[in-house]
Design a binder for this molecule. Structure first.
Ligand code: RET
Ligand code: FE2
Length: 301
């Protein structure tokens, strides 16, 4: 576990530098970016969602196997609802996904001085849209009709430019904002300008978000060791299922298409983030902000 937020910032800086080196030397094309992003998101992103069962156990009395099964069915039902919404109204789904992702990612700076919480969330999506508008429009067009993709890319780029101005304004006018969050967001804007959108996303999601989220959650849960065990077990199970699924695919001679991989990664993330956010919202309100449930229940091992 990387306990100290300062070490998380150092790690994020190091991963960013490595990714810049990778970008300069390899210059990966879209398909290579996607083939690297998919397993990275699966392996590093999964554990932060796999803690949801231990979180639910701390928030609600999930008595016995029945209680746990009921939770899993509701959780997966909500995720399936997102996928159905995406199939029926992809334009609306993309706009909603981008909006709640900004809210979700803002939580990485929940303790930062205002307005850095919001500029951080906006940077995670707005930076690539601002610096790589054409690439982002193409990627959005894999997820929604062209008009909705164009609208979302433009709106996100505008949000990005406003966020960037607010960030610079805060740096110049509010000395109390010049802390660790500012360093992280400066790195975020830097890699947003220098790395292609998917490499940028991979670096932020795996190098900062997942680690920070996982660490904050595990620290505030009772029975830490048990929670880690459940998260490891669930992640292993899902990764095995994914490997089994991929091996049994009859892949055409041309291999997987970028569109299929983009849809699998991002509609998958969109679907799982909805029940995850509802649960985290309940968890935070019960434990008093970014609180701690260790004190609410019997102390952890
Ligand atoms: C599709 C796409 C983007 C948006 C990704 C989003 C919005 C991801 C959200 C993930 C979540 C909410 C994970 C939760 O832990 C970017 C980065 C602009 C780059 C261009 C392609
Ligand atoms: Fe997350």
């Amino acid at each position: 576990m990387i306990a100290s937020p300062r070490w998380q910032a150092v790690l994020f800086g190091a991963v960013s530098v490595l990714a810049l080196g990778f970008q300069i030397t390899i210059q990966p094309d879209l398909i290579l970016q996607l083939l690297l992003l998919a397993p990275l998101v699966a392996i590093l992103g999964l554990p932060h969602g796999a803690l949801d069962l231990p979180i639910a156990e701390a928030v609600w009395p999930l008595d016995g196997l029945r209680g746990k099964l009921r939770f899993v069915v509701i959780y997966l039902g909500l995720a399936a609802g997102v996928i159905v919404t995406w199939l029926l109204a992809p334009g609306f789904a993309l706009v909603a996904f981008l909006t709640y992702s900004v809210l979700h990612f803002s939580d990485d700076w929940s303790k930062a001085a205002s307005p850095l919480r919001w500029t951080g969330g906006v940077a995670t999506i707005g930076a690539p849209a601002l610096f790589y508008p054409e690439e982002v429009t193409i990627l959005f067009a894999y997820l929604a009709p062209p008009s909705a993709a164009q609208f979302s890319a433009t709106a996100t780029a505008i949000a990005g430019s406003v966020g960037f101005c607010v960030f610079i304004g805060a740096m110049l006018l509010k000395p109390d904002t010049r802390g660790q969050a500012a360093v992280e967001q400066a790195i975020l804007w830097g890699i947003g300008a220098l790395l292609p959108p998917l490499v940028f996303f991979g670096v932020y999601f795996c190098g900062l978000h997942s680690i920070r989220h996982f660490n904050a959650t595990i620290q505030s849960l009772p029975q830490t060791r048990r929670a880690l065990g459940i998260a490891a077990f669930l992640s292993g199970l899902i990764i095995l299922a994914a490997i089994f699924f991929v091996q049994n695919q009859t892949v055409g001679s041309s291999g997987p298409l970028p569109k299929d991989i983009v849809q699998a990664i991002f509609i998958g993330l969109a679907a799982l983030t909805v029940p995850h956010m509802i649960l985290i919202g309940r968890f935070n309100s019960l434990s008093g902000g970014r609180g701690n449930l260790k004190t609410r229940q019997s102390s952890g091992r």
